[in-house]
Write a protein that binds this ligand. Structure first.
Ligand code: ASP
Length: 332
C-alpha cells in the first residue's frame, strides 16, 4: 500500500515535470532579418534588387541552418549580422555610410531575451564586426554600452578584429555623401534627411528551439551625420530589444526611434496592454511614428513574426521551422 502511494506520488511529480518542460520542441524556431528601410524605388534596376534579395537569402539560410541544428538565438543573431556586415550592399560594417567628415562611425547592439543581458557599442571607427564587439561588452564587462576610443581599446583586450577606417569605404556611399554635401551647400541649410541615401542598417531577431529570444542590430547610421552622432541602434529599448515577450530590431530615422523608445514599446504593449505581436508592432510603426520614418522586424515567444514599415520599402526576410521562407522588399 505504502509503495503504491509512493509510486502515485512519483507519477504526479513526473507529470508536473512534463507540464513545466519547455513549450518548444527542438524544431520549433522562427527568424526574421532586415537590411534597412527607406525610399527604395520600384523602378530600381532589377539586378540591384536581385543583389539585395540574394544577399538576404544567403544570410537567412545561414540562420535557418543553424537553428535547424539547435543553435542558440544569440549565436544565430550574431552570425547572421556578421554576414550582413561583411556585405558592402548594406549600411553596416563594410559599406557603411560616411559621416560629414568623410569617415565611418559604427553602432551595434545585441540582447538576450532569456536573461536580459545585453551589450552595445557606439561610434566605433575600426571594428570590422561591431556586433561581435557588442556581444563582448555583454559577456566580458559589467557594462551595457561602450563608446568611441574606449570601446576600441576594449576590442584589443577582447580579441576582436580591428581594421583601418577606410576598410568600410565604398564608391557608392562616397557618391551619396558628396551629393548630400553639395545639396547642403546649395541650399545653405541642413538638407532634410534623404532616405534614398542611407538605408541598409541590418538586423536579426530569433526564437530558437529552446524558446529563447534574441535581437541584434548593426549600422553605419545616417549619411553626412555629425561627427559623434549616435543613433537608435546601440540604444537598447530604442533600436533593438529582447525580453521574454518579443525580440525587436528597428531601422529608420534613429532620432524618432529613440524619442519613442520603439523597440521596448513593442514588448511593453504586449506585456501591459495584452496586445499581440502584430498589433503592437503595427501600432508603433503606423500610429506612433510618422510615414517615412522606417520599420522593424519582431518575433514573439510563440514564433509569430511581424515586419511592418512605413517607408516605401524594407529589405527583409522571414523563415520558421514550419516551412515558411520569404524574402521581400516592397509592401505585399
Ligand atoms: N536607425 C539608423 C540610425 O539612425 C539608420 C537606419 O536604420 O537607416 O542610425
Amino acid at each position: 500500500m505504502r509503495s503504491a502511494s509512493i509510486l502515485a506520488f512519483a507519477f504526479v511529480l513526473f507529470s508536473l515535470g512534463c507540464q513545466s518542460a519547455p513549450r518548444h520542441s527542438a524544431a520549433d524556431w522562427a527568424i526574421a532579418i532586415h537590411g534597412g528601410a527607406g525610399t527604395i524605388r520600384r523602378d530600381a534596376p532589377p539586378e540591384q534588387l536581385q543583389a539585395y534579395e540574394t544577399a538576404l537569402t544567403r544570410a537567412l539560410t545561414l540562420g535557418m541552418d543553424m537553428l535547424g541544428e539547435g543553435a542558440a538565438a544569440l549565436d544565430v543573431c550574431e552570425a547572421v549580422v556578421r554576414v550582413l556586415e561583411a556585405d558592402p550592399l548594406f549600411n553596416a560594417g563594410k559599406g557603411a555610410v560616411f559621416n560629414e567628415q568623410g569617415e565611418h562611425e559604427l553602432d551595434a547592439s545585441i540582447m538576450d531575451g532569456a536573461t536580459m543581458r545585453c551589450g552595445a557599442v557606439a561610434g566605433v571607427r575600426t571594428i570590422k564586426h561591431p556586433i561581435s564587439l557588442a556581444r563582448k561588452v555583454m559577456t566580458d564587462t559589467r557594462h551595457v554600452l561602450l563608446a568611441g576610443r574606449g570601446a576600441e581599446k576594449f576590442a584589443d583586450t577582447a580579441g576582436v578584429e580591428r581594421v583601418e577606417n577606410d576598410y568600410f569605404d565604398t564608391a557608392r556611399r562616397r557618391r551619396a555623401l558628396e551629393r548630400l554635401l553639395r545639396e547642403r551647400q546649395r541650399t545653405g541649410a541642413m538638407a532634410p534627411r534623404d532616405r534614398r541615401l542611407d538605408y541598409g542598417t541590418v538586423g536579426c531577431v530569433v526564437l530558437d528551439g529552446d524558446g529563447r529570444l534574441a535581437a541584434a542590430t548593426s549600422t553605419g547610421g545616417m549619411t553626412a551625420k555629425k561627427w559623434g552622432r549616435v543613433g537608435d541602434t546601440p540604444i537598447l529599448g530604442a533600436g533593438n530589444y529582447a525580453d521574454e515577450h518579443a525580440a525587436v530590431s528597428c531601422t529608420g530615422t534613429g532620432e524618432e526611434f529613440i524619442r519613442h523608445g520603439i523597440a521596448r514599446s513593442v514588448s511593453a504593449r504586449m506585456a501591459y496592454g495584452g496586445q499581440s505581436l502584430e498589433a503592437a508592432s503595427n501600432a508603433v510603426i503606423h500610429d506612433v511614428l510618422q510615414p517615412g520614418d522606417g520599420g522593424l522586424i519582431a518575433v514573439d515567444h510563440s514564433g509569430n513574426i511581424a515586419m511592418p514599415f512605413n517607408s516605401s520599402g524594407m529589405y527583409r526576410g522571414a523563415a520558421n521551422s514550419g516551412g515558411r521562407f520569404e524574402v521581400a522588399v516592397f509592401p505585399k
